[in-house]
Design a protein around this ligand. Structure first.
Ligand code: TMP
Length: 219
């Protein structure tokens, strides 16, 4: 795990993949091993980024897909300059809960914006600060829907109080395309991506994450 000092890792996956649980576990483990971790959350992570997050996830107004994509990238650009680059320079491990791969999967593969257009905007926004490693938590639509459905089934509370934002409430077909988008990214650049089967229990997924990461670091 020491080899992760000064490295940038992104955690990715469709809604309901359980990635954030694994993200928290890995951060705790790295900290126990004495590494300093810079945690960044997307969209958000800076004061300006958090304001953009509010617009993105909770606006009641109709937003065009390209506006949505550009807002994610604007938030990310601020995050790179204010948090990610400085932390990497200090030799910290940067752990991102979502990054460019999310925009490629959600606004690109699922939303329909051509992937080369998103990549061009990402190049402008992050100026080469791509993660060293992207870990994709892969889950099928049925399992993801089951994990999210207790929230959906609870009719006593409002959508927002259940934590379901504008994007999570989109249909299953959208989620299927998101998943396919992630898998395609991993197929195109296998060296930068690890795909973890996230259909199993949180403990099994955690074990598989440790094994896969260990193998990757030794390779
Ligand atoms: P979260 O639940 O992991 O915090 O993610 C919030 C939502 O934002 C999730 O549905 C995925 C979506 N999203 C995009 O559509 N594009 C992006 O670039 C990012 C970072 C998130």
């Amino acid at each position: 795990m020491r080899r992760l000092a000064g490295r940038f890792i992104a955690f990715e996956g469709p809604d309901g993949s359980g990635k954030t649980t694994q993200y928290r576990r890995l951060i705790s483990l790295l900290q126990q091993r004495g590494l300093t971790v810079c945690e960044v959350r997307e969209p958000g992570g800076t004061p300006i980024g958090e304001s953009i997050r509010q617009i993105l996830l909770h606006t009641k107004d109709e937003m065009t897909l390209r506006c949505e994509m550009l807002l994610y990238m604007a938030s990310r650009s601020q995050l790179v300059e204010q948090r990610i680059r400085p932390a990497l320079k200090r030799g910290e491990v940067v752990m991102a809960d979502r990054f460019v791969s999310s925009t490629l999967a959600y606004q690109g593969s699922a939303g329909g914006i051509p992937i080369p257009e998103i990549k061009a905007v990402a190049d402008v926004a992050i100026q080469g600060a791509y993660p060293d490693l992207v870990i994709i938590f892969d889950v099928d639509e049925e399992t993801a829907a089951r994990r999210l459905s207790p929230l959906l089934a609870d009719v006593s509370s409002t959508r927002e109080s259940k934590g379901l934002d504008r994007i999570e409430s989109r249909g299953r077909e959208f989620h299927r395309k998101v998943r396919e988008g992630y898998l395609e990214q991993a197929r195109l650049e296998p060296d930068r991506h690890l795909v973890i089967d996230a259909r199993r229990s949180a403990d099994e997924v955690w074990q598989s994450l440790l094994d896969t990461l260990g193998q990757h670091l030794e390779a």
